[in-house]
Design a protein around this ligand. Structure first.
Ligand code: 6R9
Length: 838
């Protein structure tokens, strides 16, 4: 067991290179003093050739997962994620998961940055025993105007001993933009491509070398300074994945301004909430972005948000607008003279050099708002020095980065993954990064399930698909989409929501065809077809491909042929983030996308952690499909029970961390108390992640999802309270309770129980209005998948909604409702069940 490695001995039982797996030999690394609890048993067959690299150690299977699931049930708030866990683990050749090892090929391991478990353990041991030495050696590879003081790390992780404090490299003076750009140019990488940009439209692309990127960043930095942005000022960036997004982040960092990127899918209300909280000097946006054929007018959203926050007393001096000519012309953009500035009119006129604002390692770098379990998003604050060292190091080791790599992370910079692993981590390593404009999330097709379809007969040439007077003559077959398999044939379908069984064929042929086109276009992984990702991989010879399980699952559904028609020979490492990756998606990713050749780094981490916490090192460890494996250097994960007692060995419980790591967030902006209450008070002495976790007999970690009221939809964190408060803002909604349910593509879907005000009838229109309200207030990605009419909600006598019951009703596990006798009115449960499919 690795986590409690300090003061322990780690004995590793290796299914050694030439050994029979059933007779492993022991490798004792003698960390400090011997301790039997710190033993890692590792039964695996020897390293095999590529084609045999999936090893099924059939002789030593256990049903541990069943046990893990059972034990999770004992946890008070575990009910919610058991169903999620079931989705992830159960029903998928359950018995094989745990002893199912996948080994890196010898060729891969021998060139890797960390080549063996022994090497990992040696480095890990050092990182735990001598964190100051370990991290300062790495930090020395970066440029520091002035070295840090005596203390590399100063922390208080225990609320009982006073305020929580985390400091790394305090007194060290540096600049992360300098380290990302100037330093790389100085060491000869000026002509190396920093960004390969790929537009949503095939053929629309561009590149920037490190020198060009530096010049553009300097021009914008000069412009921001001229506008009056100073060190410590906040700047909100509301941009899609154009090159200008990382440019804007780096420009802020260069002048010591604190950027807060707001995902450009958030609504005006959400943006206003963030503006009001951090009071930015400037908002940087673009006039519009194309989502398929439709232009989304981002500038209008920003205008509405700025007006809204002005009413709350927070005014924004300047709105810097990038003209995105592919989406919208200047003349069509609403404009406020004296307030709005066109990026293209001013930024290129500034000098392309700009002096660096040197900052303390503990000066803030950025604020990123993330969902918590209340309606108010949390402003997660990261500082400069520790974050820099941590993102660079995690990137290098978890992806086995080499200077020749071409790296593509599909995340948007609006989320932490885009901060740490599109911009900072890769650029600190001088990597070439692919930035793709397209939207990589959301499966539009899941909503098709149960829709009414109209199938154009294949034998008719396209010109025959003319509108006809009646269905009979229209050469259509129709029905309800019966199953997922059928959805694969979508190319030939016209779709209408099942309710609108059309009598009007004309509409059926015109309207749906249009919306079909829209549907295909809007979701970029499928545009122009489901092979787009692999087209991009081949185009840029991508070697490291990092994405989310939701995308893997959605591409998996489209069938292998979209993948196999592309070479993908360049790929050597795959990565996954955002939610647990289910073993079958893992295998598809490994076998089909990676041709059973590329290790997968399933990286567990959070906005709060800044960088990877539990992750495979691809050349070092055998992997188990679905497990994030072992902690990164310097990370001491612990699993605790509901009383906060650390559990040793094989177990399930709440995932916490024992000591600070350089990339940890330092506070919640403006609310240190909430920081302490949310993360450090639930289990005193530890950082509480909010996730459930199991550790198997071999020490591998299996993340089981959130244990709090946060739903993870396609890797996006959404607080149930946020959705509830959006719903109840509708004048006809009296009360709402939102829970997460398993979702085949999105991981979790949003399921809302809604009580409407007395006298208002339930109607389809109202349902639509409620969904629209959430879209408007939070963003389209938070729209509920299901509205369940609820005349009453199951509440305790003290009025607390019993979500445990709602989760069971939502997932139709009606025989597992448990004890409902403590409810103030147990009858509501039956009512809800009756209304389930109405
Ligand atoms: C990086 C990111 C964090 C939450 C986290 C957990 C889930 C992320 C995961 C994973 C299992 C992984 N999560 N990566 N669960 N395996 N590899 O996604 O940050 O948006 O803050 O979400 O996502 O539940 O607590 P963030």
């Amino acid at each position: 067991m690795i986590p409690s490695v300090a003061n322990n001995s780690v004995s590793v039982y290796l299914g050694g290179l030439s050994c029979d797996p059933l007779h492993p030999f022991a490798l004792d690394l003698n960390l400090n003093k011997p301790c039997s609890s710190a033993s890692l048993f590792w039964n695996c067959k020897g390293r095999r050739k590529r084609e045999n690299s999936i090893i099924m150690a059939s002789s030593c299977r256990t049903n541990n997962f069943l046990r893990h699931v059972e034990s999770m049930k004992l946890h008070p708030s575990g009910a919610g994620h058991i169903s999620h866990l079931n989705a992830v683990i159960l029903g998928e050749s359950l018995a094989t998961e745990e002893d199912d090892f996948v080994l890196p090929s010898e060729g891969f391991a021998s060139q890797a940055n960390v080549q063996s478990p022994e090497q990992y353990l040696k480095m890990y041991k050092r990182s735990i025993e001598d964190p100051a030495g370990f991290w300062s050696e790495i930090a020395s590879e970066f440029y520091w105007k002035q070295k840090w003081g005596d203390k590399v790390c100063d922390e208080n992780f225990d609320v009982r001993k006073g305020n929580i404090k985390i400091e790394w490299f305090k007194g060290g003076i540096t600049n992360i933009c300098y380290n990302c750009l100037d330093r790389n140019v100085e060491r000869g990488l000026g002509d190396k491509v920093a960004i390969y940009w790929e537009g949503n439209e095939p053929g629309l692309d561009g590149t920037l070398t490190y020198t060009q990127l530096l010049h553009q960043v300097c021009q914008l930095a000069n412009c921001l300074k001229d506008i009056g942005v100073k060190k410590g000022d906040a700047v909100i960036i509301y941009l899609p994945m154009l090159m200008e997004l990382p440019i804007a982040m780096l420009a802020c960092a260069r002048i010591g301004a604190v950027h807060s990127v707001v995902f450009a899918g958030f609504s005006a209300e959400s943006l206003a909430q963030r503006i009001t909280d951090c009071k930015p000097k400037v908002v940087i946006t673009c006039n519009a972005v194309k989502r398929g054929p439709k232009a989304i007018h981002l500038k209008d959203i920003v205008d509405a948000a700025i007006d809204d926050s002005a009413q709350n007393g927070v005014s924004v001096d300047v709105c810097l607008v990038y003209e995105n000519p592919w989406a919208m012309k200047r003349v069509d953009t609403k404009w406020k003279e004296g307030h709005d500035i066109w990026w293209q009119d001013v930024v290129p006129n500034y000098p392309n050099t700009c002096p660096v604002e040197w900052v303390d390692a503990e000066d803030p770098l950025f604020l990123l708002y993330t969902s918590g379990s209340t309606g108010k998003p949390k402003g997660v604050l990261h500082t400069t020095g520790g974050y820099m060292v941590y993102t660079a190091t995690t990137f290098k080791y978890a992806f086995d980065y080499k200077p020749s790599d071409i790296y593509w992370c599909t995340a948007d910079c609006g989320w932490i993954t885009g901060h740490s692993y599109v911009t900072y981590g890769p650029m600190l390593n001088g990597a070439s990064v692919v930035v793709y404009e397209g939207l990589m999330v959301e499966g539009w097709r899941m909503i098709l399930h149960g829709w009414h379809y109209h199938l154009l007969e294949e034998d008719k040439p396209r010109s025959h698909h003319k509108p006809r007077k009646s269905m009979k003559h229209a050469n259509l077959r129709e029905g309800l989409i019966p199953n997922r398999d059928f959805e694969r044939k979508l190319n030939k379908l016209i779709l209408l929501p099942s309710k609108s069984k059309c009598n009007f064929v004309q509409e059926a042929l015109y309207r749906p065809r249009k919306s079909m086109k829209q549907a295909t276009l809007t979701k970029a992984p499928n545009y122009p077809d489901a092979g787009r990702c692999w087209d991009i991989v081949d185009k840029f010879k991508v070697t490291i491909f990092y994405t989310a399980p939701t995308l893997v699952r959605s591409l998996m559904r489209d069938g292998d042929s979209f993948v196999t028609r592309y070479s993908r020979k360049s790929l050597r490492v795959l990565g996954s983030v955002g939610e647990p990756i289910n073993p079958s998606a893992w295998r598809w990713f490994y076998n089909v996308v990676g041709d059973s050749r590329c290790p997968i780094s399933d990286t567990w981490w959070q906005t709060e952690t800044g960088g990877f916490m539990i992750t495979p090192l691809p050349g070092a460890w055998p992997q188990k499909p679905g497990s994030a494996t072992f902690p990164f250097f310097g990370v001491q994960p612990v699993i605790v029970d509901e009383k906060g007692v650390e559990i040793e060995g094989e177990c399930s419980g709440y995932l916490c961390v024992k000591k600070s790591w350089p990339g940890a967030f330092r506070t919640l902006y403006g609310d240190h108390e909430r920081y302490e209450t949310t993360y450090f008070k639930p289990f005193e002495g530890f950082y509480f992640s909010g996730d459930g976790c199991s550790r198997d007999k071999d020490g591998y970690h299996w993340l089981t999802g959130r244990v709090d009221d946060v739903i993870n939809v396609s890797g996006h964190r959404i607080g149930t309270a946020e959705v509830e408060s959006a719903l109840v803002s509708h004048p006809q909604c009296a009360e709402a309770a939102v829970v997460g349910v398993e979702h085949e593509v999105k991981g979790q879907g949003i399921y809302a129980f809604v009580t409407i005000v007395d006298g208002v009838p339930y109607s389809e229109q109202l349902r639509k209005d409620l969904v629209l309200t959430v879209r408007k207030q939070i963003g389209a990605f938070a729209a509920p998948d299901k509205i369940h009419w609820a005349p009453g909600l199951p509440k305790t006598r003290s009025g607390k909604i019993m979500r445990r019951i709602l989760r069971k009703i939502a997932s139709r596990q009606l025989d597992e409702l448990g004890d409902i006798s403590t409810l103030a009115d147990p009858n509501v449960v039956n009512q809800l069940i009756e209304l389930a499919d109405s």
